[in-house]
Design a protein around this ligand. Structure first.
Ligand SMILES: [Zn+2]
Length: 439
């Protein structure tokens, strides 16, 4: 797919700007971007040659970065609710065995649409048939960090060897302006030592990130400890796998020593509280300890099979409530820190801290405008807006979204595709997948 022409210069005027800069300033002013990069933040942006977007009555926020998703599962919302974990897995595996690349594309389009309409401008995905996810992302104008799932050859439903599929996928998409391909070992329950090390070797050779599931459930941790004598994070260190450029999803069941291990190896964590709570994984991810140890923590929704939403607003809200309640301390994980997880944390985890995650000159123009007259954002005060974003704002308030300086949502309407068509195709693909679930 050829890259699209450069985005036109744009000025958003007189908005409330939640900059997420080093001072976490919230200022009234303009935002100018051209060639996909922000060139002005604050009052008095030059308007020459630019399309002017009236930002009055809106708050401009750096687009959210969803750091863990399986976006094609948008077709499976509600298919495995309220089930014990083994029955949940049986359902998901049975459906997976029937899934076609066309199903993945239909699901990815629905999921990407949902994310864009909720102010998410980047996501980190772990799945197979990622070319279909890449096409869906590019078509709708989303920035995708797309990890091809790697498993032991005897444990996969993929055609061919997963590592070879991942290598080919990276080769096809490397260098695309919106799609960043990467390698995604599924987890210790699906990957043996050789697979982990081969995935790392491939990532190093191609300069890509690694994304994987880690210590999501107690069962996973105990089984691995029984089999190898080590818990997953300690074991991954022992085989020489851990290192920078890695994003571990979940990381709920960590010991204090493992927290230090992840921080020491600069492994970032994608915290997915809604999914953990709904699957009743028990425990609470040690977000505070990870941050205190110096680890980067980002926020992810996981898939809608377990969430059941792709809303980063909901995820911030849940993440805050869980940590506060667990520790009997309302001061833990503040609204500002929650917004940091959803923006800067994601950017850092993806190795893109210098060009994503905040509204600053030189960064890519990934930004959404939310309407301040939406009930969930009242009273629209500069000194309360960060609190509203973290605790009360609804996706319905998101009006306009830019990715790489290009408008992809306007007036809550997708510009890169027709929602009624995306929805119709998703419903049709869901029909056959739902028919394949065990009763
Ligand atoms: Zn996951």
């Amino acid at each position: 797919m050829p890259p699209s022409p450069p985005s036109p210069p744009t000025v958003v005027t007189d908005a409330l700007l939640v900059t997420q800069d080093a001072g976490r300033r919230v200022v009234r002013g303009d935002l100018r971007f051209e060639g996909g990069r922000i060139t002005h933040v604050g009052p008095g942006a030059p308007r020459e040659g630019a399309e002017v977007v009236d930002g009055r009555g809106t708050v401009a926020v750096p687009g959210f970065i969803n750091a863990h998703a399986h976006v094609a599962n948008a077709l499976l919302r509600g298919i495995a609710d309220d089930l014990p974990f083994p029955k949940f897995l049986e359902t998901v595996f049975a459906v997976d065995a029937h899934r076609t690349e066309a199903d993945v594309e239909a699901g990815a389009r629905a999921g990407v649409a949902e994310m864009l309409l909720g102010g998410t401008t980047s996501f980190l995905d772990l799945f197979y048939f990622e070319d279909a996810v890449a096409r869906a992302s590019v078509g709708l104008g989303m920035r995708g960090f797309l990890g091809w799932a790697v498993l032991d050859p005897d444990k996969t439903t993929q055609t061919g060897v997963p590592l070879d599929n991942a290598r080919a996928f990276v080769g096809r998409w490397k260098g695309h302006p919106l799609v960043t391909p990467l390698v995604a070992p599924q987890g210790v329950y699906a990957c043996g030592r050789e697979t982990w090390l081969a995935a790392k070797e491939l990532a190093e050779r191609t300069g890509t990130l690694l994304h994987y599931h880690l210590s999501e459930t107690r069962g996973e941790v105990h089984e691995h400890e029984r089999a190898t004598g080590l818990r997953p994070a300690a074991w991954l260190e022992s085989i020489g796998f851990l290192g920078p450029g890695q994003v571990a999803a979940h990381a709920v069941w960590l010991t204090g020593a493992e927290i230090g291990t992840l921080a020491r190896h600069a492994v970032a964590v994608a915290h997915c509280p809604s999914s953990n709570l709904k699957l009743a994984s028990g425990g609470v991810a040690p977000v505070v300890e990870l941050r205190a140890a110096g680890a980067t923590v980002a926020l992810g929704t996981d898939s809608v099979v377990t969430n059941n939403s792709l809303s980063m607003f909901r995820e911030m809200h849940v993440a805050g409530l869980v940590q506060k309640n667990q520790r009997w301390d309302p001061a833990v994980l503040t609204a500002q820190e929650l917004l940091d997880l959803a923006t800067l944390g994601g950017a850092r985890a993806l190795g893109r801290a210098d060009d994503l995650g905040s509204l600053e000159v030189g960064k890519r123009a990934d930004v959404f405008l939310a309407r301040l007259d939406h009930p969930s954002l009242v009273p629209a005060r500069p000194d309360a807006v960060v609190s509203h974003l973290a605790y009360s704002a609804s996706e319905e308030a998101v009006d306009t979204v830019f990715v790489d300086g290009r408008a992809v949502v306007r007036g809550r309407r997708l510009l890169g595709g027709d929602w009624s068509r995306i929805r119709t195709e998703a419903e049709a693909a869901a029909e056959s997948l739902w028919a394949s679930r065990p009763r």
